[in-house]
Every structure is written in C-alpha cells, then in structure tokens.
Design a protein around this ligand. Structure first.
Ligand code: C6P
Length: 412
C-alpha cells in the first residue's frame, strides 16, 4: 500500500518541471507553499493553449477566437463550481485573489449593512487580508471588531463562542487554516453558532481550498474566499463564492465593461451574477489555469491531497519541535501545511537565508499576520509550509539544514 502511495507522489512530482532545478548547487526543497504553490505542467499547458490558440477577449467578440476564449473561461468557472461544491455557477465570482475576494464581500455586503456599534467577529490568527479589509469597514461605519482568542497551543477558544456571539454581531469572518500556525479551525461549529444568532459567515479558505475536500453547500458558509496560486494554479486569480441570494442583493463595487446590461447617460443597470462583480477584462488565462488546477487536484483526489499534506506537516512539526533549541508555534496535530518555528539565538531572517544556501526555500517574517505575532511574542518567525510536491526526505533536508544554521551561529 505504502509503495503505491510513494509511486503516486513520485509521479505527481514529475508534473512539476521546477523541481528539477538546483539552488546554490543543491536540489531544490520548496517549503514555501503557503506563500505560493508550484505549478504543474497541465496548468501551464492550459494557459499556453489559450495564448497559442484562442488569445482573445471574452464575452465581447463575435469572432471564433473570442467565442473559444469565452467558452474556455466559462468552463473554468464550472470546474471551480464543482470543485468547491457551490450550488450554481452564479455563485462563483472571479477575483484577483483571496485578498480581493475578502475585500469585495466586506465592501459590497458589510459596508452598507453595518452601523455604529455592530460587531464583526474575527480571530486572533487572521491574515491581514481578513483584518485590514475590516479595519477599512470599521473606520467607515463605526462597527467594531471582536476576536476569538487563542489557547496556548494556538487553537481557537471555541468554548467562548456563545459569549463572543452576544450582542449585535453581524458578520463572522475567519480563516479555515492559519497560514502561520497551520491548525485546521473548527469552522463548521462557528458557522452553526453564528447562524443561530443571525450573523453571516465568511471563510478565508486561502490555505484550505485545494488542500482538503471543500463542499461549500455542506459547509453552509455565506461567503468563501480563496486564491488560485496556493492550489497549483496561477497568480492573479481567486474566487469569492457566495450564496446567490446574498450576492444578488449586493451592489457592485467596481463599474465598467461586462458588469452592465444597459448604460445610459446618467445611470446603468447591472448584469446578472456573477458578472455584476467582474468589471473589465478578467484574468482569462489565469481563470483557465485555475480550472486546470481544479482538474489536476481532483485527479489526485482531495482526500489524498489532505492526508499526504497533513502527514508531512505533522511529521515536520513533531520533528522540529523535538530538536534542541527549536520551537514550533501552534498545534502539533490537526495541522495542514504551515509550520512556523523559532531557532534559539538565530533571527528568522538568518534562518531563511542560511537554509536558502542549502537549497531549501522557507519564508521568514510576520507572514502578513502581525497581530498574531504580537500575541506569540515574536516580531517574526521562520516558516516551512508543505503541500503535494513535498516528500518525507524534505523534512530530513530541513532538519539537516537547521543543524547547519545552529552550527554557523554556534548555538548547537
Ligand atoms: N498568505 C502567506 O505567505 P492572496 O495574497 O490574496 O493570494 O492571499 C491572501 C491570504 C489570505 N488569507 C490567508 C490565510 C493567507 O494565507 C493569504 C496569503 C501568503 O502566508 C502570502 S502573505
């Protein structure tokens, strides 16, 4: 059984041409998947095919190339819809990424509906995209933020939820998987409790879609935001998935081509969903690439993707935490992707620079989660993040790399 699994992942790795390269004379170990994942050949091929055979704008031309481009673009939407279990294609709004998806819902749903004193519930581990977008709204509306606190192991204090949901809580907007602590958060429970008090729920799924099975309808969130480039797709494309009745009730944020039915001198009427929120020429090749990424991951099977990624993540968290002078932030189990850590006596930036010298790519900094780092008592952390392109040997290389770091700094 294990041999079958090993050969599957070996085959998967062969689809990623970049894994053949060396960095500083060493075979690349890419452990920065939470920032952006690598891109497999079928995704590159789908985008190339568009540029080589149907390079035209969508929804605008009557000529063959434009019709083919439009068809490929809309097929990509259908692939995304099936991939995340949305009820209909009208629920799938293409955006620039998770950040613009989160901001779109904050602006179009929340801004006109929130008033002074209303509450938006987030958690202490949120990425800036799900925090600063709300700072803009609280500044404009007088609504305020409330936070689900973290327990010592970096998991949510879910026991406090009934208390946190008291009062005028209108929106709950939380991450499914933390990009620093890696914990898989109990969003289903949050959604149920939030709905019971009449609040809407948005899930920042930037680190979960494409990493585990996703069923938007079963999850019953009101909005779901994610990026293509963290799930084997290209940069520049993401999705805001929303319940159609909510999207329908929202006003567009951007005006321009494609989002209108009729434009007069003084006013216009809006197009149907999802086009109402897609003003201007969309990222066509990128949407097609995202559709191909959905097919690629679907072909592997999302249960397998999750099991492989979680196994490696937990192996890395356990192993690093067991090293002298190394400390892992966040839970050691129930963890998917990111492993943030500290090496005693070495700045995280030096950790990342020295690991790069060993051919190992990790990220260092606050990972766009500054308030979380304040809570952790660290201005920065180093972070290794795992995905389908990784293998157990990568954990061995990371451990060996960290030993080099400790030797160079004389902390071993
Ligand atoms: N986190 C990381 O290295 P964009 O940049 O729009 O594709 O995704 C934003 C975003 C939103 N939510 C979460 C939980 C995220 O992790 C990210 C992106 C990257 O951790 C880049 S800062």
């Amino acid at each position: 059984m294990k041999a079958v699994a090993d050969s599957l992942w070996k085959q998967v790795r062969e689809d990623f041409p970049i894994l053949a390269r060396e960095v500083h004379g060493r075979p690349l170990v890419y452990l920065d998947n939470a920032a952006t994942s690598l891109t497999p050949r079928p995704v590159l091929a789908a985008m190339n095919h568009y540029y080589e055979h149907a390079n035209a704008n969508v929804h605008r031309g009557l000529h063959t190339l434009s019709a083919e481009a439009s068809e490929a673009f809309e097929q990509a939407r259908d692939k995304v819809q099936r991939f995340i279990g949305a009820r209909g294609r009208e629920s799938v709004v293409f955006t620039r990424g998770a950040t613009s998806a989160l901001n779109l819902a904050a602006r179009a749903w929340a801004r006109p509906r929130l008033a002074r004193g209303d509450v938006i519930l987030v958690s202490e581990l949120e990425h800036h995209a799900n925090l600063v977008s709300w700072h803009i709204i609280t500044k404009e509306t007088g609504a305020k933020l409330r936070f689900i606190p973290l327990a010592d192991d970096g998991t949510w204090r879910i026991d406090l939820l009934p208390e946190l949901l008291q009062g005028p809580v209108k929106m709950v907007s939380v991450a499914h998987v933390s990009n620093v602590l890696g914990g898989i958060n109990p969003v289903k429970e949050v959604i149920a409790q939030a709905h019971a008090v009449g609040a809407k729920v948005m899930i920042d799924a930037a680190q979960s879609v494409g990493h585990m099975p996703m069923d938007f309808q079963a999850l019953d969130a009101d909005f779901l935001a994610f990026s293509g480039h963290k799930m084997c797709g290209p940069t520049g494309i993401g999705v805001l998935c929303g319940k159609a009745e909510l999207l329908d009730d929202m006003e567009p944020v951007e005006g321009g081509g494609d989002m209108i039915v009729h434009v007069g001198w003084e006013e216009s009427t809006w197009n149907l969903l999802p086009y109402k929120f897609e003003a201007g020429t969309p990222p066509i090749a990128e949407a097609i690439g995202l559709g191909a990424a959905c097919e690629f991951l679907g072909g592997i099977g999302l249960d397998r993707v999750r099991a492989h990624t979680q196994e490696l993540t937990e192996l890395a968290a356990r192993t690093l935490d067991g090293m002298d002078g190394v400390h892992v932030y966040g839970p050691l189990v129930g963890r998917l992707g990111p492993v943030a850590f500290a090496v005693d006596g070495v700045h995280p930036h030096d950790v990342a620079t020295l690991l790069d010298g060993e051919g190992i790519a990790v990220r260092a900094g606050h990972h766009c989660a500054q308030p979380l780092h304040t809570k952790l008592g660290a201005s920065a952390t180093a972070r290794a993040s795992f995905y389908i392109t990784n293998q157990p040997e990568d954990v061995d290389r990371l451990v060996a790399g960290l030993q080099v770091v400790q030797e160079v700094f004389g902390v071993r």
